[in-house]
Design a protein around this ligand. Structure first.
Ligand SMILES: *Cc1c(COP(=O)(O)O)cnc(C)c1O
Length: 495
């Protein structure tokens, strides 16, 4: 049966999966959502015998129904290969009473690789299927990790160009170095004088600019998105929650059908939404625990039913979660509004004009699968130190936010259901904050010496992604004001 996708903001004609991936964002500014969530077509027991690629096929075929088996398997094989430093792709590590699902074994050592190593293949396959002749220009706003993962995925992919905007003063030293040293004639990297929300809003405005789209079309280009607003990002993320459950079952850690909880360090709400989709597909997940840092707009939302971005934007040691407008929440709002595009569009309009909206009691009642909490900067640092001293396991700052929120959840609820924590980045990516948390003596140590120290204490070998940037040349140095983003895009493309 064909699964079609519709916009969260109007009742326009549904489109195929490949069209939704190509477009990224719907014409009305809404996000594409599947008309229904498919159910897994094989048993958990069968899934427990599968490797990552086989699991990916079983999950993704249910969402991307207009891709042939051969097309989809090609995409999967090209994505989950030696770019990952383990054949498990997403291994599970048991430490300090929880199961850490390590999603950082790809090329850029953050979980964004899980989806962005396959998105370019899905996109070029979708372009072929739909006879697209234009070059596809990927326009991306990043809070640090998406940018590099998208650059790495799309670099030198024929028929594509990629332009990445990042907050000039809002990413870690390693994140910035990774991006500005990106090779590939089709790659462009720009620092903006603003924060992530500015970058994301700027990109959305460029997407919505019909005049620019027409200009681009006559020059042989069309935009698409590599952000998690693209359904082609979300679908591959469902896979590792299915895989995690199956792995726990295969290892005898859980019984068939036993419920687990999932904790996700959250920013744009893409990763946790994927877990929600996995639950709806039939994976026995009890609670979806949404972990925020000091930018706790989501925690407040789960508490009160009011989403309010009117507050200071706080720069934290978990920069990939420094977000006040969690774009993917819109997909959930649409769903709990009874798939009512008009109602959802009103909320989103209020978010743009007043910076907030309040859902109804009836909608809030449908959020009982979710639990929200947050970790302060001090709590995040403490938990890094604590897990390291207890279990000899080094968490990155984002994963540490999740670990702390899990502690709070247990204290709040006394729930002892087995729990998977999404481990979203390698500690190497945030070595400065991680090492300072473990011992203040590291504060005076130089960046790359610090990485050597991390290798010593963690006993985890230095990833290639870090080795590469030690000597890499800086290839991108464009910096612009928020208001200049559109001009920068036009200049890069020569239109
Ligand atoms: C992007 C990112 C997050 C947040 O994920 P969302 O899908 O945006 O909620 C958390 N941790 C790391 C390391 C990230 O890169």
């Amino acid at each position: 049966m064909e699964l079609l996708y519709k916009s969260t903001r109007s009742n326009s004609e549904p489109v195929t999966a490949s069209k939704a991936i190509l477009k990224g964002l719907a014409d009305d500014g809404g996000l594409f959502v599947p008309m229904s969530l498919p159910k897994l077509s094989i048993s958990l027991e069968q899934l427990a015998k599968m490797d990552y690629k086989q699991t990916a096929y079983e999950v993704m075929k249910l969402f991307l129904t207009d891709f042939t088996e051969e097309e989809l398997k090609n995409c999967i094989n090209n994505a989950y290969d030696e770019k990952f430093d383990t054949s498990a792709i997403a291994p599970i590590v048991k430490a300090d009473g929880a199961y850490y699902l390590e999603l950082f074994h790809g090329a850029t050592i953050a979980f964004k690789d899980m989806a962005l190593s396959i998105l370019p293949h899905l996109m070029t396959t979708a372009a072929k299927k739909n006879n697209v002749k234009n070059d596809i220009v990927i326009l991306t706003a990043t809070s640090g990790d998406t940018g590099k993962a998208a650059l790495a995925g799309f670099a030198d992919v024929k028929g594509t160009k990629i332009i990445v905007f990042y907050p000039k003063n809002g990413v870690s030293a390693v994140q910035e170095k990774q991006m500005v040293t990106q090779k590939g004639d089709n790659t462009f990297v720009v620092g903006i004088k603003g924060n992530f929300d500015d970058a994301q809003s700027g990109v959305k405005a460029i997407f919505g600019d019909k005049e620019l789209a027409a200009q681009l079309d006559s020059a042989g280009f069309q935009f698409s998105s590599a952000n998690s607003i693209n359904i082609g990002r979300l679908v591959p993320q469902v896979v590792y929650y299915v895989y995690a459950y199956a792995q726990l079952l295969a290892k005898g850690e859980i019984q068939d059908g036993e419920k687990i909880n999932v904790v996700v360090p959250t920013g744009n709400f893409g990763n946790i939404l994927a877990a929600f989709y996995a639950k709806n597909m039939g994976i026995p997940i009890e609670k979806l625990i949404c972990a925020s840092n000091d930018n706790k707009v989501l925690y407040d939302f789960f508490e009160t039913g009011c989403y309010d971005r009117n507050r200071d934007f706080i720069l934290t040691t978990s920069p990939s979660m420094d977000i006040l407008i969690s774009s993917n929440l819109e997909r959930l709002i649409y769903r709990i509004a009874g798939n009512d595009a008009e109602k959802n569009a009103e909320f989103m309009k209020a978010l743009t004009s007043e910076g907030k909206y309040e859902i109804t009691g009836e909608m809030k009642a449908q959020l009982k699968d979710f639990y929200g909490n947050y970790a302060t900067e001090a709590e995040t640092a403490d938990v890094i130190k604590e897990v390291y001293s207890k279990a000899n396991y080094v968490l990155d700052t984002h994963t540490a936010v999740a670990a702390k929120v899990y502690e709070k959840y247990k204290a709040d609820t006394k729930d002892d259901t087995k729990t998977v924590i999404a481990s979203t980045a390698s500690p190497y990516k945030f070595s400065r904050s991680v090492m300072s948390a473990i011992d203040s003596k590291y504060e005076a140590v130089e960046d790359f010496d610090l990485i050597d120290e991390l290798t010593k204490i963690s006993k985890v070998p230095e990833p290639n992604a870090i080795k590469e940037i030690r000597t890499a040349k800086i290839l991108h140095d464009t910096v612009c004001e928020v208001g200049e983003m559109k001009d920068v895009v036009k200049k890069f493309l020569g239109v």
